[in-house]
Design a protein around this ligand. Structure first.
Ligand SMILES: NC(=O)c1ccc[n+]([C@@H]2O[C@H](COP(=O)([O-])OP(=O)(O)OC[C@H]3O[C@@H](n4cnc5c(N)ncnc54)[C@H](O)[C@@H]3O)[C@@H](O)[C@H]2O)c1
Length: 326
């Protein structure tokens, strides 16, 4: 089978590529390398294209038929999306529209889309189910919801089906493949904490300690990146069999506060983390925890690598290995 992975040189996309390679497939990667890195990829065809470049995209994908397209490519830094909202809408929405247009021209029928918990906005329930109202706060979250709405408008049972996967917080690393999270502008909690330890205990900022949570810091739901990409393959099989479109939350159904994550990082690394409290950031809900029963039942997904010690442990091995290579 043939698979295309857009954003395959990024954090989650590179784990999808490795997962497919382990099943003996030869996925093709499409990436503009804005945040992606060649060093996360081994032995695969790489199409160096920007999804916004309609003409080049059309030329490169002409007559190419894929059993599924896994669409990870996006700009995804929430704070940056407030500073340059237009470039988030252009990149994420226009990129998705161009991709779907080319897929349809070439009779590609299945798209698995990386959506986000950011489409929900401020939770109105303790645990978020897929039917929860959508009211994104950030331009990033809005761009993802617009993509979901666009995909719904393009769906047709016989010719084009998709699944929107709403990830909560992806984390961890595939130590066997030697890949992990690696960004110039890091904004994710676990790599920030682990990098602060590597950089001789630089202090990190915690944004807000006056939220309505057990210790006043934000609570998030972390899913191991290897469990996450496995769900994508299950979803592909489900769409192929049922010829329908779907939406699933993907998370671990457990919340950890920022301070609890710091404690786990200290336990795994046996180092003390320095931090100071800063004011709340725009658009950060107090708690984001998912209900994933729908994915568990309908795509037989059962995350097995997502206990928090394993997430932090695999991330730590990855970050420590990067330090050795420097
Ligand atoms: N990391 C998370 O916790 C998380 C949570 C929710 C949703 N997501 C979504 O998952 C997807 C992957 O996230 P990630 O953390 O791996 O991010 P990432 O930045 O590591 O990967 C994104 C990849 O897409 C590429 N890309 C961006 N715009 C492109 C374009 N116009 N054309 C071609 N390539 C382009 C980048 O170069 C990069 O390789 C994104 O869609 C993101 O919104 C991630």
């Amino acid at each position: 089978m043939n698979f295309l992975v857009t954003g395959g040189a990024g954090y989650i996309g590179s784990h999808m590529v490795s997962f497919l390679q382990n099943l003996n497939f030869n996925p093709v990667v499409l990436d503009n390398f804005s945040t992606g890195r060649k060093r996360l990829l081994k032995n695969c065809e790489i199409l160096n294209v920007d999804l916004k470049d309609k003409e080049k995209l059309s030329y490169i994908l002409k007559d190419r038929k894929f059993d599924a397209v896994f669409h990870f490519a996006a700009k995804s830094i929430v704070s940056e999306s407030y500073i340059m909202p237009d470039s988030y809408f252009n990149n994420n929405l226009d990129g998705t529209m161009n991709l779907v247009e080319e897929m349809k021209k070439n009779k590609n029928e299945i798209l698995v889309f990386s959506s986000s918990a950011a489409v929900y906005g401020n939770p109105q329930a303790k645990i978020i189910k897929e039917e929860h109202p959508k009211s994104p706060i950030s331009p990033y979250g809005k761009s993802k919801l617009l993509c979901e709405e666009f995909l719904a408008s393009e769906q047709s049972n016989e010719n084009f089906n998709y699944c929107s996967l709403r990830y909560f917080n992806a984390a961890g690393a595939d130590n066997l493949a030697g890949i992990g999270e690696y960004r110039n502008k890091e904004s994710h909690l676990i790599p920030l904490v682990l990098n602060s330890i590597i950089k001789n205990n630089e202090s990190i900022d915690i944004y807000g300690n006056d939220y309505d949570t057990s210790d006043g810091t934000c609570v998030r739901d972390f899913i191991h990146v290897c469990d996450l990409v496995e769900a994508h393959f299950n979803v592909f099989k489900k769409i192929r069999n049922d010829k329908k479109s779907f939406t699933f939350n993907l998370a671990n159904e457990k919340g950890y506060s920022v301070l609890e994550i710091i404690k786990v990082c200290e336990k795994i690394t046996k180092k003390k983390v320095k931090y100071s409290f800063n004011k709340r950031r725009q658009g950060d809900p107090a708690t984001l925890v998912a209900d994933c029963q729908k994915a568990r039942k309908e795509i037989f997904w059962s995350p097995s690598k997502s206990n928090i010690e394993n997430i932090v442990g695999t991330a730590w091995k990855w970050h420590a290995s990067l330090k050795l290579k420097k």
